[in-house]
Design a binder for this molecule. Structure first.
Ligand code: C5P
Length: 346
């Protein structure tokens, strides 16, 4: 949606209500703004491979976008420079902010000089494993393109996104996405029907870099060489069963394809190194299972946990039960690629 600041009805999906200031008038020209929903992701499975020479790890993961989101407003006016505004003190507002970094690169690639103001209404957790900072950056890029009425070629967009972080390109695809390489090479899988989902966001934040380092300390030596192909095989079996129409699921009954996917053995490797360090995360996962989740897991390197539920009603009941136990739980749903792109602007 393109409009004057404050013209959009988009709000954060989280429980925290962040008030925002209107973007200022610059040189008496009110900036035009675009509002973009910056959706979160969960990892339906994640396998860590060998460390690479560039310091990253080979990765095989299935990302899934979900309905929880931040709201990003991008405004442009006369002048130059990039300003990031966010009331959440944990979000950097300098050149290290992912939105700043992507907009700086995009402005150079578009050969455009304007003043850009990015406002972030933060609801997603910081260092939460839901891809918040990555999604914010992609939302800022999409908003910038829209507000300028210019767009980058898809290849350029993906290149810039991957430069800013491994988890950005998935948000240029949305829905269910296979991620390989260091997670930045993305392939859209078939759109799976939406599923009710409960996200638990513990107070702690987990650094992805530290989680990888801990993985190296604990497991490099004893890592079996076919770990990556194990997940790859699980995915292949799932894909071939989906497309061949073969009877699936328990007792031959076809169940939700998303559930079949997570049961194809695609666990999250980070659980092995993160859960022992943060017992509250282990407890959160158990609480989700006890509350009726069909499948529960850590997302990315955490700290967020998610559970997939058979229905919205069951998910809502689980949220009430989890909140009674003092856990910060929210109900949402997985977002298909179609819904993702339908809801992203405005
Ligand atoms: O790419 P991103 O900024 O998300 O990565 C954060 C850090 O996580 C990297 O600096 C690296 O230490 C680690 N990482 C990794 N292997 C990956 C992705 C990230 O080791 N595939």
């Amino acid at each position: 949606m393109v409009g004057r600041p404050g013209a959009s009805g988009a709000r954060c999906s989280g429980t925290r209500n962040t008030r925002r200031k209107a973007a200022p008038k610059i040189y008496n020209h009110p900036p035009v703004t675009v509002t973009v929903r910056s959706f979160a992701k969960i990892n339906l499975g994640l396998r860590i491979g060998a460390p690479r020479e560039d310091g990253f790890h080979e990765l095989l993961t299935v990302y899934q976008t979900i309905g929880l989101h931040d709201v990003i407003r991008v405004g442009v006016g006369l002048g130059k420079g990039i300003e990031v505004r966010c009331e959440d003190p944990r979000v950097p507002r300098d050149g290290s902010n992912t939105c700043y970094r992507i907009v700086e690169r995009a402005m150079a690639a578009l050969r455009t000089k304007r003043r850009v103001i990015i406002e972030i209404d933060k609801c997603l957790p910081v260092q939460g494993g839901l891809g918040g900072a990555s999604s914010n950056a992609v939302a800022a890029l999409l908003g910038l393109e829209r507000v300028l009425g210019k767009s980058l070629p898809a290849e350029e967009r993906l290149r810039i996104a991957a430069e800013v972080g491994s988890d950005l390109p998935l948000f240029l695809v949305g829905g269910t996405v296979l991620g390989v390489g260091r997670g930045e090479l993305v392939y859209g899988l078939a759109d799976l029907p939406g599923m009710a989902c409960v996200v638990v966001t513990p107070e702690v934040g987990v650094s992805t870099a530290e989680a990888f380092a801990e993985w190296d300390r604990q497991l490099t030596v004893s890592m079996p060489s076919d770990r990556m192909s194990g997940l790859g095989r699980g995915l292949s079996v799932w894909l071939s069963a989906s497309y061949s129409g073969a009877p699936r699921g328990e007792r031959g009954r076809a169940e939700n394809p998303l559930l079949e996917l997570v049961r194809a053995g695609i666990k999250n490797d980070f659980e092995q190194v993160v859960l022992p360090v943060y017992p509250e995360l282990s407890e959160g996962k158990t609480a989700l299972e006890r509350a009726g989740a069909k499948y529960a897991s850590l997302s990315g390197s955490g700290s967020s946990l998610y559970g997939l539920f058979a229905s919205k009603e069951e998910a809502s009941r689980a949220v009430s039960a989890l909140r009674k136990q003092g856990l910060a739980a929210q109900v949402t749903a997985t977002l298909t690629r179609r819904e993702y792109w339908k809801r992203i602007i405005g």
